[in-house]
Design a binder for this molecule. Sequence first.
Ligand code: ZN
Length: 93
Amino acid sequence: MSQRKCPSCGAWNDQLNSKCSSCGELLDRKKARLIRLKKEGKLPLKIEPSPLFDIKPHYAWWQKLILYIVRPIYWTFFGIVSAILYLIAWLAA
Ligand SMILES: [Zn+2]
């Protein structure tokens, strides 16, 4: 059985525990950070746009043009791929 070290007090806890048995701190750092951010009202938005297709204001006009053309193609392609994957999963069942 693997063990996890408490980020707060350093005590070793069972991997299955979500909280430290010694101090009660959440063992999942990411979760603990998210909860802390939530408490402070600074929780970042969960859905982040793909940086690759994010049109930034400092982009040159041709970069914006390319992104405007590529983005719908990308989403269409993504839709087709997921449809094919769905079909494969459906056929395999
Ligand atoms: Zn602890």
